[in-house]
Design a protein around this ligand. Structure first.
Ligand SMILES: C[S@@+](CC[C@H](N)C(=O)[O-])C[C@H]1O[C@@H](n2cnc3c(N)ncnc32)[C@H](O)[C@@H]1O
Length: 230
């Protein structure tokens, strides 16, 4: 069996509002008066679904310069590429939620279809092209920032300095709390960078907490890192 999920760069795979709610242990009452950023939101349907519920969410990604046609082609190709590689490594995953590869496909297709419709309609208002580690946002622009499947996961492609600069940037642009999920990497192991980041003297005024959440696809990958900003 391969020793890791072998992908060469971050891919445009999207998750739904329901998956985000579980991964980040989100409560509507916490979100409802907050200004929220989905960093590295990609083709997730979290932003359109949340906005439909009346929440104030923006999404940021380096791929938002793409036209809808280019983006749809990329996310279809990335989804097929991911699904082709999955059978060889499926033992590393828990299938309670998705059941099988087809179940997983339907979640991912639902996410990108909802996203694509909104991207065509609301690109100017909600989808900001920018990228970590240095973004276009002002200091404390958002109350809450969520980062799903970008930091820690790709620790063999994005080095420690990238993580250090990115977390500093997220602290700069966030007023209240940052949540990051997952904290396992493509080798299905807890990313070593997590403990190094928590111990960084530069972040000693922040409150770090690793929380168990009600979402586990990678076996053992049911933890979210919360960073409370003081
Ligand atoms: C695996 S996808 C996750 C998408 C979404 N967060 C989700 O969980 O459904 C990773 C996303 O991170 C984006 N990305 C990669 N490098 C980035 C960077 N330096 N800054 C912002 N986004 C980045 C990719 O374009 C891609 O859309």
């Amino acid at each position: 069996m391969p020793e890791k999920f072998d992908i060469k760069e971050t891919i445009a795979i999207g998750r739904t509002f329901d998956e985000y709610s579980r991964m980040f242990d989100l409560r509507f009452t916490w979100l409802k008066n907050a200004s929220i950023l989905d960093m590295g939101g990609g083709v997730s349907s979290f932003t359109p679904e949340a906005c439909e519920l009346g929440l104030n969410v923006k999404s940021c990604d380096r791929i938002y310069g793409f036209t809808p046609e280019e983006l749809e082609a990329k996310c279809r190709a990335d989804l097929e590429g991911m699904l082709e590689k999955l059978p060889a490594v499926r033992k590393n995953y828990l299938w309670d939620l998705y059941k099988d590869e087809e179940g997983l496909r339907s979640y991912r297709e639902k996410a990108y279809k909802i996203f694509m419709e909104d991207y065509r309609k609301s690109r100017e208002n909600r989808y900001i092209r920018s990228e970590l580690p240095f973004t276009v946002f002002t200091d404390k622009e958002f109350d809450i920032t969520l980062v799903s499947h970008l930091l820690f996961l790709y620790d063999e492609h994005l080095d420690y300095d990238f993580h250090l600069d990115s977390i500093a940037e997220l602290i700069r642009i966030t007023k209240e709390e940052i949540r990051i999920f997952p904290i396992v990497n493509l080798r299905w192991k807890k990313a070593e960078f997590v403990d190094r980041i928590i111990r960084e003297p530069a972040f000693d005024r922040c409150g770090f907490e690793i929380k168990k959440v009600d979402f586990e696809f990678v076996k053992g990958g049911n933890e979210c890192l919360s960073i409370k900003i003081s």
